[in-house]
Each structure stands twice: as C-alpha cells, then as structure tokens.
Design a protein around this ligand. Structure first.
Ligand SMILES: [Zn+2]
Ligand SMILES: [Zn+2]
Length: 339
C-alpha cells in the first residue's frame, strides 16, 4: 500500500520535505482487529511536533496521522462488518486494567498508545486497529468534514468539558486554528447564550472567528471587553497563555489544549505576574490525550447538532504541502488529506 512516511525527525524546512511516498506492506490483522481502507485523514499540529522532535518517536520509519475516516475492508472482530464507516483518533489503545482505564480515564493510562505515533497512522491507504478504538461516524457528516472531528474536535471537546463552561458564560480561545474553530461552532449550537472571545495574532484568523459568530476578536495581548469565565488555549506556544490570564474572572480557569509547547518562547513565562494573572484562585489545567468516551460523545453531539468544520483538502502525495501550510500558521479551519 502507499503511505507517506517519516524516516527522520528534524526541523521542518521548506526545501526538504519531511515525508516520503513509499510502498509498505498492508497491515496483517490480529484477533479483534479491523482493517480500514482510509478515505480521509486530517493533519494536526501534533504531527508537526512529531516531525520536529518535540515528541519522542521510538519506531521510525512511521506513518503519521490520527484523524482518520474510512470503511472496514476486512474484519477479525464480531463488532464490525465489512463496509462499516468508522473513525480512528489519537487513542490507539490503552492497558484496559489500570485504575485510569477502569474509570474511563484511559487518556492518563501509563500504557496509552497513540495512533500515528506508537502505531502507524492515517497518511496511508490502510490502517488496522482494535475494534474498541474505532467509532461510528454520524451519517449526516461526510468523510472530509468528519476527519478533523477525530482530534481537533475530540480533544477540543475534552478541553471544553474541562473548562466547565455553562450556557450564558463567557469563553475565550487563544489561537484560532482547526480545534478552536470547531469548538466555536459547537459552543454556538450547544450553549446559544454563551459569549465567545478570540485572541489571535493574525487578522485573517480574527476575521475568520468573527465570520463564524465570535462575539469579539482581538490580538494576543489585548484586554477583552469583559472578564471571562474560562479560556481554552489552542496555541503551540507560551505567550498566549501568559497574556490571556489577565482576562480571567476570579476563580476562572484556563485549559491548555496542546500536547507539547514549543521551547523557543519559554521567556514569555517570565512575564507571568502573580497578582494580575493568577491571584484570586485562577487555575491553569492541561488536557492530556483523549478517551474513547470523549470521542463517542463528541461524534454523537456533532451529528445531532450538525457541526461541520471548514476544510481545505490535499491529495495523499501532497501531505508535505499540507504540513508546510500548517507550519506557516496561517490556516483557516482544518487541513484534510483525501486518500
Ligand atoms: Zn491531533
Ligand atoms: Zn490503563
């Protein structure tokens, strides 16, 4: 089968594409697994972290990609039939027996395995996965629109739950990429009286947020017109975290929705002012990975509310182009490889 593979981790350079089209063997199924013929795979900022070495990889060469939609082509599972449409996200497997797994917190399992990191992912024609880690996709959402729901949406949904936001409250977003734009759409449908505030450094992204119905959009350093109940940080850097804390109400919470932060702007942390940014019981919480339940809940919700991301599509062989685009930081919505 054809796959775009990563052979070596290094800084992304526009004249040295990180992924190479290669023929690799189709996965061979074990008991309880399904073989999925992939139709679409969305590109995630975590893929950049993997390419550039912020996430350690032990099994190169590797197929990246963890926002996968396809159809079952072969099954050694009693749960799925051939031709069933399924999605696969960042959670590839977990141990199933530890205290976290037994309490629906597999995202914290010591043996959490990630798709496109600990196992080959979706920048390819096929993938195999255990039956419990594939999810039904709502019929009213097409493959290309559904792919970004598997991480940008699903992990974002976990961040939204951790933010504790309620209808009528004020929610902020720092950064306005794939994840924040899906969450904004979801919040407007699920909490129609909530107000949304977006902090983004590019005017295109601020305008994009306003066009999707954000109540206010400003630059990273700005004061929002109101104090916010919670903020979800969707950026790969520290500056927006530190700059946004002053906008939280007393007792407000900031949730960091990122697997890794880039180290090159660590100095931003030195600007943290305890009195202005954290005093009065403000909280900072990180989001780790995603659980199977988060994905099931979020996919059901997306189907019933018809949450559809804005997407730009690429062919599998154009995966490097999508990576460069994402790295440039000036994207509108989500990037999806059509396979
Ligand atoms: Zn992701
Ligand atoms: Zn476990």
């Amino acid at each position: 089968m054809k796959a775009m593979i990563l052979k070596e981790q290094k800084k992304i350079s526009f004249d040295d594409p990180p992924l190479q089209m290669t023929d690799i063997p189709k996965p061979v199924l074990k008991n309880g697994e399904i073989l999925v013929k992939i139709n679409a795979c969305a590109v995630c900022h975590t893929d950049l972290d993997e390419i550039e070495g912020r996430i350690k990889l032990d099994n190169l060469p590797l197929v990246l990609g963890h926002q996968i939609i396809g159809r079952v082509e072969e099954t050694r599972s009693t749960f799925y039939n051939n031709a069933d449409r399924v999605g696969i996200g960042w959670i590839y497997s977990s141990c199933g027996v530890c205290e976290y797994c037994l309490n629906d917190n597999e995202n914290l399992c010591h043996d959490f395995k990630a798709t496109g990191k600990d196992a080959n992912g979706g920048y390819a024609e096929y993938i195999s996965v255990k039956e419990g880690y594939a999810y039904n996709i709502p019929e009213n959402i097409d493959d290309i629109s559904a792919a970004p729901l598997l991480c940008a949406g699903g992990v974002g949904y976990r961040a939204l739950k951790l933010s504790g936001i309620k209808n009528g409250e004020c929610l902020g977003f720092t950064g306005f990429g794939a994840s924040a734009h899906i969450l904004l759409k979801l919040v407007k449908l699920k909490y129609p009286e909530a107000k949304t505030y977006v902090f983004a450094r590019s005017k295109e992204q601020r305008d994009f947020a306003l066009s999707l119905g954000a109540d206010w959009a400003g630059e990273t350093e700005e004061y929002a017109p109101k104090k916010l109940d919670s903020i979800i940080d969707t950026t790969p850097v520290w500056k927006p975290v530190v700059e946004s804390l002053k906008n939280l109400k007393p007792g407000g919470r900031l949730v960091i929705n990122a697997i890794r932060k880039e180290e090159n702007d660590k100095d931003s942390l030195l600007k943290l002012n305890y009195e202005r940014d954290l005093w009065l019981e403000k909280e900072i919480k990180s989001v780790a990975n995603v659980t199977s339940n988060d994905l099931k809940e979020f996919l059901n919700l997306s189907g019933s509310l018809s949450v559809k991301p804005e997407v730009r599509t690429y062919k599998l062989k154009e995966a490097n182009k999508a990576i460069f685009e994402l790295k440039s930081g000036n994207i509108k919505g989500a990037l999806v490889l059509v396979i």
